[in-house]
Design a protein around this ligand. Structure first.
Ligand code: UD1
Ligand code: MG
Length: 456
């Protein structure tokens, strides 16, 4: 049987105190609803219906970058008349002979394995509910059972004192056949304490038709928690980060402190990877076998090859770092940088759109922009490539085995030949051919017995 997913996302989210629709608030830099959409896709859903109420345009505009797709349909619920009414907005699209799973745009951390469980336990002709036993189920709908069998759900506000003692709570997540669901939804009434069309009333309808209602449970409560305010959002963020940190450690990475790492994207690790405290990973980052990341590094969309070491306080974005390279401490590697193997960049070195050849070094206080550096080149402390004349960017090429003396300015476009040497403190504006020494600086004069000025 095929699978469609209906995601409820019509709540205004007043308690967020934000102009952004609630489901667009992010966990790990990704809107909550995108986490839910991704889970639906992992389950193999052919159609995903997002029921929205506010900010439809913002919602559609924000869900770019993979979230939008042909499988996604936005369905408007103009008035929030209850969860049953919300799901019913998708009814015209649902097929009779498919499974329909109801998820919530503000409940981002449900594991795919938990939802797979739910699909597994559902009887072919019955339905399945995700429920959770809570020490304090206040506010939740309670699962009513007779002789162990689920017969209905009663909302907190409609429950009698005996029902209020039930600890099994409704997570809201459920699975039913499309045909059944549409029939049950069309029969809902809003004669209850809240005057709403309750989705939960379909359970009694299913029972009355003699349908079997199976239940499955999440591994942990956080999987079914939503965020109504920024405090709850922050707690989802922490729980999610803890989960990612655990996955990394299970994959073989050593984390100095799993409570002090943030991953906002995909971090792919090899074996024997170690990560010190307070590192932030964004986008897609790959760390190959034996990579070491020092404290306080920020890595975004980059790939670090085997046994490379990124020392503390370094920032790397859109770059490739080769085998055995070392970077930092305090290095800034900007987009378009390639460091070939065994190359080294030290403290206060910035690279942008530049390539450092195998075995080359820029140890201290250097800017390399739009620069191609060959192999085994030594770039002295304080070397600056002057790549910008105020209007255009130009390239610097430094060939193999060249030696650039400290505090040199290389005015691009410029070429420094192989095994050429640049004297310290030079401003180089003309090409230097292979093997040449270029010195371009004011001549030193030494004045004997020069009297220092005295205080007047
Ligand atoms: C609902 C369940 C309750 C369950 C609880 C779990 C019902 C009647 N009750 O209660 O049994 O324990 O969730 O959290 O279903 N929404 C819409 N349109 C609407 C109404 C709601 O899109 O017209 C969305 C909300 O934005 C929210 C979700 O549905 O994301 C749940 O609605 P909410 O009113 O928070 O449900 P509860 O009253 O908490
Ligand atoms: Mg409600």
């Amino acid at each position: 049987m095929g699978l469609s997913v209906v995601i409820l996302a019509a709540g205004k989210g007043t308690r967020m105190r934000s102009s952004l629709p609630k489901v667009l608030h992010v966990v790990a830099d990704k809107p909550m609803v995108s986490h839910v959409i991704d889970s639906a896709r992992h389950l193999g859903a052919t159609n995903i219906y997002v029921v929205y109420g506010f900010g439809g345009e913002v919602l559609k505009a924000t869900l770019t970058g993979g979230s939008l797709g042909e499988d996604l349909t936005f369905v408007e619920q103009t008035e929030q008349l209850g969860t049953g009414h919300a799901v019913d907005q998708a009814s015209p699209f649902l097929k009779d002979d498919e499974n329909v799973l109801v998820l919530y745009g503000d409940v981002p951390l449900t594991k795919v394995s938990t939802l797979e469980n739910l699909l597994q336990v559902k009887p072919e002709k019955g339905m399945a509910l995700l429920t959770v036993n809570l020490a304090n189920p206040a506010g939740y709908g309670r699962i009513v059972r007779t002789d162990g069998k689920v017969v209905g759900i009663v909302e907190q506000k409609d429950a009698n004192p005996e029902q209020l003692t039930i600890n099994e709570a409704n997570t809201g997540i459920l699975l039913a056949n499309g045909g059944d669901l549409k029939r049950w939804l069309s029969g809902l009434s809003n004669e209850n304490a809240q005057g709403e069309y309750y989705l939960t009333d379909i359970i009694a309808a299913a029972h009355n038709e003699g349908k079997l209602i199976a239940t499955a449970h999440p591994e942990t409560e956080i999987e079914v928690e939503g965020a109504n305010n920024r405090v709850q959002l922050a707690s989802l963020e922490r729980a999610y980060q803890a989960r990612l940190a655990e996955d990394l450690m299970i994959a073989g990475a050593s984390l100095r402190d799993p409570n002090r790492i943030d991953i906002r994207g995909d971090l792919i690790v090899g074996s024997e990877v170690s990560i010190d405290i307070n590192c932030l990973f964004e986008g897609t980052v790959e760390l190959a076998n034996g990579v070491k990341i020092g404290a306080n590094c920020i890595l975004k969309n980059c790939s670090i090859s085997e046994n490379a070491e990124i020392k503390p306080n370094s920032i790397i974005e859109d770059a490739l770092i080769g085998e055995n390279c070392s970077v930092g401490p305090f290095a800034r590697i900007r987009p378009g940088t390639v460091m070939n193997k065994d190359s080294h960049v030290g403290n206060f070195v910035e690279m942008k759109k530049s390539t450092l050849g195998e075995g080359s070094k820029a140890g201290h206080l250097t800017y390399l922009g739009d620069t191609l550096v060959g192999q085994n080149v030594n770039i002295g402390a304080g070397t600056i490539t002057c790549n910008y004349d105020g209007v255009n960017k130009s390239q610097t090429i430094i060939d193999d085995n060249a030696f650039i003396g400290s505090n040199s300015s290389l005015v691009a476009p410029i070429f420094i030949g192989s095994t050429a040497t640049v004297g310290a403190g030079s401003v180089i504006a003309k090409d230097v051919e292979n093997g040449e020494l270029a010195v371009a600086r004011g001549k030193q004069r030494n004045i004997k017995n020069w009297p220092r000025p005295s205080k007047k």
